[in-house]
Design a protein around this ligand. Structure first.
Ligand code: ACO
Length: 283
């Protein structure tokens, strides 16, 4: 069923299988308030099940991608305030769920389109996305130390996953800001592009992904992410089982189509491009 929501802090736009989710508090640089956390959790859960969404793009309104947690509404108003204890727990849970668990395991490809400021807590959803492309002028920063806290939530862990030890420590401890090209140099993002090219570059990637076999993409991203924390033997066993699961789940039989169209029909070269798809009945 088609998902067409109306939220206060989040915009959802769908076009040709590509769903763009925009954090929409530009006047507060898209800082994450408790209300935004709840709306994003609802949004991501619905998009997981939304047939019209083949690829998810996450971006921000105005000049920020996301300025991290809302220090006023999230921390000052909720943290340590007994009257708001339950609200605090709930907002934290919603934030953790959408920024990491739901997004990291989202069943379709996800792209962070980093249009501007990206600070602190926003690194969690940045790393959770499968791809990240930023504008050259985007400013990143682990600013937590600048106001007396550690990169908490899951930010320190996300940095350890995404970048090397030296860069993780350097930017976490100094709190110094850096721009798109430096984020690309350390592997925090895939690519930094001139500001005016950002939208087109992201959409080119999104269209490429939207045209591919969705079951193969789902299984592949799960395979890469799940094996990070496995032993070699566990990973070997898991990947055999995962391939079996993919063959069973894939309604268009990508494996058979892929081989046959290369070996028999000579219709494409897998080294260069995905097989030309024929959808199964009802798929
Ligand atoms: N929490 C709450 N309000 C925020 C946040 C935030 N994280 N970021 C920006 N705002 C608000 C400002 O208070 C201001 O509100 P006001 O207009 O009511 O005064 C408005 O957004 C605009 O902010 P400015 O500072 O005026 O905008 P500018 O474009 O000059 O600077 C910048 C943007 C660099 C993002 C600056 O606002 C900033 O440093 N924000 C804090 C970034 C940060 O450290 N985030 C927390 C990370 S740690 C964590 O997430 C756990």
């Amino acid at each position: 069923m088609s998902f067409q929501p109306t939220y206060k802090n989040v915009l959802v736009r769908k076009e040709d299988g590509i769903t763009t989710v925009t954090l929409n508090r530009p006047e507060k640089r898209n800082a994450m308030s408790p209300e935004l956390e709840e709306e994003m959790l609802d949004c991501i859960l619905n998009l997981e099940a939304d047939d019209e969404t083949l690829v998810l793009v996450l971006t921000g309104a105005g000049k920020a991608w996301c300025a991290g947690m809302d220090l006023d509404l999230f921390f000052r108003e909720l943290e340590g305030n007994p009257a708001n204890a339950a609200k605090h727990v709930r907002a934290e849970w919603a934030g953790h769920q959408w920024k990491w668990h739901r997004l990291y395991n989202f069943p379709k490809p996800t792209i962070a389109m980093v249009n501007g400021y990206c600070f602190g807590g926003a690194f969690t959803q940045l790393v959770a996305c499968d791809f990240a492309i930023a504008a050259d002028s985007a400013v990143f920063g682990l600013s937590e130390v600048n106001w007396g806290v550690i990169p908490g939530g899951l930010v320190s862990k996300a940095m350890n996953i995404a970048v090397n030890y030296r860069d993780a420590l350097y930017y976490s401890i100094t709190g110094k800001p850096f721009k798109g090209p430096e984020a690309a140099r350390m592997g925090l993002i895939n690519e930094s592009v001139p500001d005016e090219r950002l939208h087109d570059e992201v959409m080119n990637l999104a269209r490429h992904l939207a045209a591919m076999n969705p079951e193969t993409l789902r299984a592949t991203k799960q395979a890469v992410k799940a094996t990070r924390d496995m032993t070699v033997d566990q990973a070997h066993e898991y990947l055999i089982a995962k391939n079996g699961q993919l063959a069973f789940r894939d309604p268009e039989g990508g494996y058979k189509q892929g081989i046959s169209k290369f070996i028999d029909a000579k219709a494409y070269r897998p080294g260069y491009e995905p097989y030309p798809r024929e959808k199964a009945e009802g798929a």
